[in-house]
Design a protein. Structure first.
Length: 170
């Protein structure tokens, strides 16, 4: 009886475990520490959302508490600066947090003119839409988002369950 119950539990759990990208707790600590020097908002009070799209993706930082105007303001100013820098090929912030060999980073940094980075305020934070028709750049955005999700596993979720104005939100 116990053996068949254990087997049933394993059959249910094993596929779920394989769906979760592997992450290294020491790397998560390291990324969080470096991130605290680059990102002005509190990682415990905000959530990163990375939603891959057919034309690139949408990166959001939102406050977990919609009344937390301090975190909302910090997320907005940070993402506005990032979008302006990204448009010029400046990915120094992500480089400082994730390292030079972060998947997708080199391609995006050299993508001037082929990828647009559109900043928008959200009611509870902000977003950057990465948009391109170039298939290689779309793949670079998706790789970059996967690396972000892996490195920020404690504070980030993939898009899909959050929608606002055609974009996802909690």
């Amino acid at each position: 009886m116990h053996r068949s119950l254990l087997l049933a539990v394993l059959v249910l759990i094993v596929p779920m475990v394989q769906a979760i990208p592997p992450f290294d707790p020491a790397r998560l600590d390291e990324v969080q520490e470096r991130g605290s020097h680059v990102m002005p908002f509190d990682l415990e009070k905000t959530l990163h959302i990375f939603n891959k799209t057919d034309t690139g993706g949408i990166q959001q930082v939102i406050a977990k508490d919609v009344a937390d105007t301090e975190q909302i303001g910090l997320a907005r100013s940070h993402l506005a600066q990032l979008a302006a820098g990204f448009a010029k090929g400046d990915f120094s912030g992500p480089r400082r947090i994730h390292g030079d060999d972060m998947p997708g980073l080199k391609a995006l940094a050299s993508a001037a003119g082929t990828v647009s980075f559109v900043y928008r305020d959200l009611p509870n934070g902000a977003e950057i839409e990465y948009r391109t028709e170039d298939k290689q750049m779309i793949a670079a955005v998706h790789s970059y988002f996967d690396a972000q999700l892996s490195d920020h596993a404690r504070h980030a979720v993939p898009g899909g369950q959050h929608m606002h104005h055609g974009h996802r939100q909690p």
